[in-house]
Design a protein around this ligand. Structure first.
Ligand SMILES: [Mg+2]
Length: 219
């Protein structure tokens, strides 16, 4: 079903980056495949054992700011995670029609803010690769706020950085935990995306209205 966004009610648009505007495959491939392989090599482990260990660590940090923090993993793994990310930067890509959606948003009288859990250094790498930064009035990384978007405090602290009325705000985010927290905070217009990663199956997103493709959005 086509998403029906009531643009007349919306003054502020908050957009997630990874898995919403950009293909999550870059991040998935990096954490699930490339990093375990490289880390295994460095530590003379086999890749399978490295994956099991790393996946267990990922689970422990899931939904926290540490999980999204390159410095945290660089220290924990004793490995330059940022440099490793650069090896696979060719996988950084827009999701289908995301760029034309952003161009269209730019023609409207809206305040456009990126809200991302990505580390600032990674936002810069992705902006250099795609030019995504040029579409936004501001880009806010949860690392500058001190809480991940999954946490209520992120949204409270966001109000000190940008002013917005929750009833006139649209948030699009592929992360359902983030959407639940935003709903609890009071943000009225909430949408998820059905296929954050081009290489993996659709996610079950019935709890929220969802966007299959950005080219289905009417203005
Ligand atoms: Mg995301």
């Amino acid at each position: 079903m086509k998403p029906k966004i009531n643009w007349k009610e919306i003054k502020t648009v908050l957009l997630d980056m990874d898995g919403t505007l950009l293909d999550l495959y870059f991040d998935y491939y990096f954490w699930q495949e490339y990093l375990p392989e490289q880390w295994a090599k460095q530590n003379n482990m086999n890749t399978k054992a490295a994956k099991i260990k790393l996946l267990d660590w990922y689970r422990q940090e899931s939904g926290t700011l540490s999980w999204y923090c390159l410095d945290f993993w660089t220290e924990k793994l004793n490995f330059d995670v940022f440099a490793l990310k650069a090896d696979v930067r060719h996988l950084i890509k827009y999701r289908p029609y995301a760029e034309s959606f952003l161009k269209r948003l730019n023609t409207l009288d809206l305040s456009l803010t990126m809200v991302t859990n990505a580390h600032e250094k990674l936002v810069k790498m992705k902006a250099d690769e795609t030019g995504i930064d040029t579409f936004f009035n501001q880009i806010i990384s949860s690392h500058s706020i001190g809480y991940a978007k999954e946490e209520y405090a992120f949204w409270e602290k966001l109000t000190a950085k940008i002013s917005f009325n929750v009833n006139e705000t649209l948030l699009i985010d592929d992360n359902l935990t983030v959407l639940r927290t935003a709903r609890e905070f009071g943000i009225k217009h909430l949408y998820t995306v059905t296929k954050p990663d081009s290489h993996r199956p659709k996610q079950n997103s019935e709890e929220f209205e969802s966007i299959d493709s950005f080219n289905e959005i009417d203005f």
